[in-house]
Every structure is written in C-alpha cells, then in structure tokens.
Write a protein that binds this ligand. Structure first.
Ligand code: UD1
Length: 374
C-alpha cells in the first residue's frame, strides 16, 4: 500500500519565526508525495512591517490560517492563542505540528498539542540563557519538556536537553535554520541598496536594535542608553530600526523624531525594516549593538562584530566561536565596548559554528521523511 503523506502544521507568530519556518516549508514542498503542509499565523505580530513584508521578502506562501490574537499581557496573549488554536488543531488533526524559537506562540501551541496528544516538533530546541526572568527562557524550558522531537542548532543545546532529562532519541542536532535563510537570501542581500539609499558607507556605521523589556521598559535605563547612542553618533552614524515596543517607550520618555536636531543628527531612528533591507544593513555595518537573539547568530555568520547588551545569552556559541560579546547596558559599558570595537580592528574574527551551513532544514526534513516512510 502507498504510504499516506504526513500532514504537517507549521506555526508562526512573531517576527523571528518566519525565517526559521521558511526553509523547512521550502524543503517539504519539494517532496509532495511525503508531506502536506498548512501554515498557521497566530497574529502575535500583526503590523505589516513586523509580519507581511517577511512573507514577501522570503518568498513564503501566505499563511493558510490567521488566528489574529494580537497583543496583550503574557497571560492574555498566550491564553488567546491557545483558545484560538485548540479548535483549529482538533479540526485539522495534523500528524505533526512544528513550532520554532521561544515566543509566546511557541509554548501556547505546543501546550495545546501536548494535552491533545498531537505530536509536536520544536525547532531551535535546547537553547538556554539560564535566566528565568526572561519570558523567552520560560517558553524554551516548557516547550522542550513537552515536545516529541527536538531539533537543536548547536551542541550546547543537546547537552542542556540531556541534562534536563530529555531522552537522547528525541534530540537531533541539525544546525541553524535561520542561517539556512541567510545563505539562501545572500545574493539578494548583497544586491540590496538600503545602506546606499540611507547614505551610509560600507563599514562606516553602527547598527542598533533594542527591544528586550529589561533594556527598554525602564524609562531611566532607556534614557541612559539613548544618551550613549547620541554620543556614539558624534563619531559614526548610528542606524536604529525601532521595534514597536521600543517606539512606545521612546514616546513615553519624549525621545522621538521631534527631538531630532543638531547633536542627534547622526542617530537615525527608522521604522522596523523587512528582512532584506535589514540584513543588507547588518552585512555592511562596522558593528552591531543589539539585545536580539537572532542578530547574535546572523552577525556571527556574516563576520560582523556584535555587542549584545544583555547579562547572558542563550546562544553561547556566538561568543565562544563567533563575533559576539556580552556587555552591560549601562552607558559607560556601551561606550567603552563600542570604542574598543571601533579602535581595535577585527577584535573577534570568529568562525562559523558547525552545521550553520544552509542545510539544517534538509536535515530536519530527512527526519520527517523517515517518519513518513514508516
Ligand atoms: C516578541 C518575543 C521576543 C522576540 C520579539 C521579536 C515573546 C515572549 N517575545 O517580543 O522573544 O524577540 O517578539 O520581535 O513572545 N506590537 C506592535 N505591532 C506588532 C507587534 C507588536 O505594535 O506587530 C507591540 C505590541 O502592542 C506590544 C509590543 O509591541 O506592546 C510588544 O509585542 P509582543 O509580541 O508582546 O512582544 P515583543 O516585545 O515583540
């Protein structure tokens, strides 16, 4: 008897999810005899420049289903995703649900599936910051406990999962799917005119992104960080595409475009950018200053020095072998780290971690192909 294709349901919700699901979908579509795919967008992120533009840039099909949950407190958002997702998954009865990363959509959908006995695979499993004050760390720990298949991007992920009692046969070290997308998009990134359009010269500007609650939700801390950015911008242009959370907080402290003049002119606040425009800015930057997870990985792949304004990282490989360095988010620490990075050329050259080679999705899909063949 001919085997039935596996029904796979992919979950995306927030900006960092799209580039992780895209290569898996692209790989599965090549094997229609083995896979039928549905993509569900929870609507955690909903602005066009936090969502729609990525489907266009990444050449992804539009999601089949939108749950339109929107923003809220963590409990509200997570609960709304669960309430909207449960009837859908009961109706569709997929063979596997694939969740990625560490956002609220990840844990919400994984938890619904675990209770219904629907198998869940977690892509980017095993990452740990060991900092439970981060909502993402809670999402990672809990998702990994209930997932049936765990795909890790680096070997530290395997070690963390084994230590937490996850059986070895559930864990597959496959590499980094985000880097798959970067490898696939590199020609378009290289051809993208955004830096030139903004009048920026190759390796002569600093790219900044900040959106972690710990850095942006406290008005005093945010004010101090912005002060440091203004200082840096006196020497080198600073480009800062601003996340909606940060935009709101900047409005609270009265730091918006209206303040732009004179000494602040070298600091450019932009709206959030699409994938290609943003990666083009990253590739040509002299330095990145961030608190994002994905940017630590992308700069490591591109060999761009990265300063991560956080006390810890769930991606230690980017510090051990890559171009990343953790720094405090006080203005003094930021200024001294930036000065050092600018004055000592190529402080950290870095190496690309194992299996960050553009083939992680192929390895994932191979595991599912073997399940389909059973
Ligand atoms: C979420 C993820 C974080 C990830 C980040 C990437 C969780 C717990 N956090 O954080 O891990 O790094 O996404 O962007 O899931 N907003 C808009 N428009 C949007 C989306 C959000 O205006 O399209 C506003 C919301 O109203 C809210 C704020 O931005 O006030 C934060 O959004 P939310 O999804 O709650 O968390 P993020 O900070 O984006």
């Amino acid at each position: 008897m001919k085997p039935q294709p596996l029904n796979i349901m992919h979950i995306v919700g927030a900006r960092p999810n799209y580039m992780k699901i895209a290569p898996i979908m692209a790989e599965m579509v090549l094997r229609p005899q083995l896979f039928r795919q549905t993509c569900v967008h929870t609507g955690q992120h909903y602005d066009a420049n936090m969502s729609e533009i990525f489907f266009h840039d990444l050449g992804m099909p539009q999601p089949d289903i939108y749950l339109k949950v929107g923003s809220g407190t963590h409990a509200e958002q997570t609960a709304r995703i669960m309430l909207a997702f449960e009837p859908l998954v009961l109706q569709e009865r997929p063979d596997w649900v694939i969740v990625v990363g560490d956002v609220n959509s990840t844990i919400a959908c994984a938890l619904v599936c675990a209770k219904l006995g629907i198998p869940v695979a977690h892509v980017e499993a095993g990452l740990r910051s060991f900092d439970r004050s981060m909502p993402e760390e809670i999402n990672r720990l809990l998702t990994d406990q209930i997932a049936d298949l765990l795909f890790t991007p680096s070997k530290d992920g395997d070690a963390n999962l084994l230590r937490e009692g996850i059986p070895a046969q559930k864990i597959h070290f496959v590499g980094n799917v985000m880097i798959d997308t970067l490898v696939r998009m590199l020609p378009k990134i290289e051809a993208n005119p955004t830096p030139a359009r903004l009048g920026l010269k190759e390796r002569e500007y600093v790219l900044v992104t900040l959106h972690r609650p710990v850095n942006v939700d406290d008005p005093q801390r945010l004010q101090a960080i912005m002060g440091a950015l203004v200082r840096i911008a006196k020497d080198l242009p600073v480009v800062f595409p601003v996340h909606p959370r940060t935009r709101k907080q900047l409005a609270e402290i009265g730091f918006d475009e209206a303040n732009f003049a004179g000494e602040k002119a070298g600091l450019r606040l932009l709206e959030p950018l699409g994938y290609l425009d943003f990666l083009a800015l990253m590739r040509s930057a002299r330095l990145a200053l961030t608190d994002s997870g994905g940017i630590q990985e992308e700069t490591t792949f591109l060999g761009v020095p990265c300063l991560t304004a956080r006390p810890n990282t769930e991606r230690p490989v980017t510090v051990e072998v890559g171009t990343n360095r953790l720094i405090d988010s006080t203005p003094e620490a930021i200024l001294s780290a930036v000065e050092q990075a600018l004055n000592v050329p190529d402080v950290q050259k870095g190496r690309i971690p194992d299996f960050w080679d553009g083939k992680a999705a192929q390895r994932i899909v191979e595991v599912f192909a073997q399940l389909a063949a059973r």
